[in-house]
Write a protein that binds this ligand. Structure first.
Ligand SMILES: [Zn+2]
Length: 270
């Protein structure tokens, strides 16, 4: 993955108070220059970042990172791509252990993936179910991944309406599904995909989602915004996403930042 160059970085704007609700800073992709990424993020105005886990070793790394850097918070869980790692006997014990060691802001990243076939749907559902139960038990919000899986995800969340909340991150399911998840009390995550000229469904969601129910995210190292497609995505690129959404919603860029920061603070109690 190509890294940003100083010339490219010089073109970026800054908006104080941005919260990146989803970035995988524990990933190998950030291992060589994490400190520079954090200072670039700070220069772009990003004041906090939330790191969702992908598996147990990821949670361990995130625990370390959140203890070293006060602007970072963690989500605890197993990603649907890694759901084969879920063990109904062991995983809940491991999670409880992690919860005792530190304050976590969320449960996840969990959810369902039907585009890639990394893990059978039945296994993904077991892992998701255990993480929904953990969210209900701890009162922490869920960070949900959903790829071509709106229907089964919705079915699993429905019985928990009013008992768990969270965010469906990097939402690509179209406005009709967005409405249904909003009805269940969930927030919608919007990131780099909104800068793609042809992503009409993502644009519509970013335009219509109620001001008190959406979050900004990178999903770095993936999903870089235009004009940095093919580069590693990191929080310092969020101003490009902020500007695109401001145009779509016909509000100012600082207002985009204000709304999403307020929502992140209230959902994750940062
Ligand atoms: Zn993610």
């Amino acid at each position: 993955m190509k890294h940003l160059t100083p010339e490219k970085l010089a073109q970026l704007s800054s908006y104080p108070g941005i919260i990146d609700s989803h970035i995988h800073l524990d990933s190998q992709a950030f291992a060589s220059d994490l400190d520079q990424c954090l200072s670039r993020a700070a220069r772009a105005g990003v004041s906090r970042m939330l790191l969702p886990s992908t598996d147990e070793s990821s949670s361990r790394r995130i625990l370390q990172l959140t203890q070293q850097h006060p602007q970072l918070s963690g989500g605890l869980g197993i990603h649907p791509h890694q759901a084969a790692e879920f063990d109904p006997q062991r995983s809940p014990r491991v999670w409880r252990d992690f919860l005792q060691q530190s304050k976590w802001a969320a449960i996840g990243e969990t959810g369902l993936e039907l585009h890639y076939d990394f893990c059978p749907l039945q296994t993904q559902k077991q892992s998701l179910q255990a993480q929904i139960e953990l969210a209900a038990e701890t009162g922490l919000p869920l960070i949900l991944h959903c790829r071509l899986a709106e229907e089964p995800l919705y079915e699993m969340l429905q019985p928990w309406a009013g008992k768990v909340s969270g965010v469906v991150h990097c939402f690509t399911g179209g406005w009709e599904w967005a409405l249904k998840f909003l009805d269940l009390g969930f927030y919608i995550g919007v990131g780099g995909l909104v800068t793609l000229p042809k992503a009409a469904e993502v644009h519509e969601v970013a335009e219509k989602v109620p001001g008190d129910r959406w979050l900004l995210e990178t999903d770095g190292p993936y999903l870089s915004p235009v004009p940095f497609r093919g580069f590693r995505n990191e929080s310092c690129l969020l101003p490009l996403v902020v500007e695109r959404i401001a145009t779509l919603r016909k509000i100012s860029a600082p207002e985009v930042v204000r709304q999403t920061a307020e929502n992140a603070f209230s959902l994750f109690r940062l």
